[in-house]
Design a protein around this ligand. Structure first.
Ligand SMILES: Nc1ncnc2c1ncn2[C@@H]1O[C@H](COP(=O)(O)OP(=O)(O)OP(=O)(O)O)[C@@H](O)[C@H]1O
Ligand SMILES: [Mg+2]
Length: 217
């Protein structure tokens, strides 16, 4: 089977803390797909939360600063899953069914890391909600960009003001990071990339890991 055939209908996800370099890495993945002969029209990019008209509205809600009302942790979790259902059902699944390669800027692990590790919601409860919302749907390959929260935030800060999520304590991100690391160790089709490296090294690592994954298909 050719690389193009192997990659058709595959969902590749990039996970990591704020400023880890996810958006940058997506360009590297696109470059790699081009090297494999996958044409641009056969690549679909998504970001979470968001990625559809309604899911983007939900993203606005979780990013909103409201003076007289705090977003409850469980409400935040459910909005994340509501947005994810919209994205999976209306964008990701149709694209995969059309044999496109989908690249996800964050997916399910972000809920386990942020709402679970960060906010302290029981991981089993989140897994149960995931099961109700999405069933067994999951990424075919996950690249976790691992970075010290301080370094990631300083990169993100270079872009301007931090939003509500980004201002949360470093501790929050350390707990989130620990969950990402744990998930990566447990999942066969996932790898950890040292995201503190320079642009070229990160790109090289990503391409190498994608090569290994492709060879395993
Ligand atoms: N390997 C790297 N070395 C140094 N700077 C980097 C590296 N990768 C990305 N950056 C820079 O860090 C900033 C954040 O990168 P990027 O937007 O890709 O991260 P992100 O994970 O998508 O962040 P967010 O979670 O906020 O979407 C950008 O200014 C980017 O140019
Ligand atoms: Mg980004």
């Amino acid at each position: 089977m050719s690389a193009i055939q192997k990659l058709a209908g595959k969902f590749i996800v990039i996970e990591g803390l704020e400023g880890a370099g996810k958006s940058t890495a997506i360009q590297y993945i696109q470059d790699w797909l081009a090297l494999q002969g996958v044409i641009e029209q056969n690549i679909e990019l998504t970001r979470e939360p968001g990625g559809t008209t309604l899911a983007e509205k939900m993203r606005e809600i979780v990013k909103m600063d409201v003076a007289d009302e705090q977003l409850d942790d469980k409400a935040e979790l459910l909005i994340m899953y509501a947005a994810r259902v919209q994205l999976v059902e209306h964008k990701i699944k149709p694209a995969l069914a059309a044999d496109k390669v989908v690249i996800g800027d964050r997916h399910n692990w972000s809920s386990l890391a942020y709402q679970g590790g960060g906010r302290g919601i029981d991981l089993q409860l989140i897994n149960d909600i995931k099961q109700v919302a999405l069933g067994d749907f999951k990424a075919d390959f996950t690249l976790f960009l691992d970075i010290e929260p301080e370094l990631g935030l300083s990169r993100a800060r270079g872009r301007g003001e931090l939003d509500r999520i980004e201002r949360l304590a470093i501790d929050f991100f350390n707990r989130s990071r620990a969950v990402f690391q744990q998930l990566t160790e447990q999942e066969k089709n996932a790898v950890c990339i040292d995201a503190s490296q320079g642009f070229d090294q990160v790109k090289e690592s990503i391409h190498r890991q994608l090569d290994i994954w492709l060879a395993s298909l």
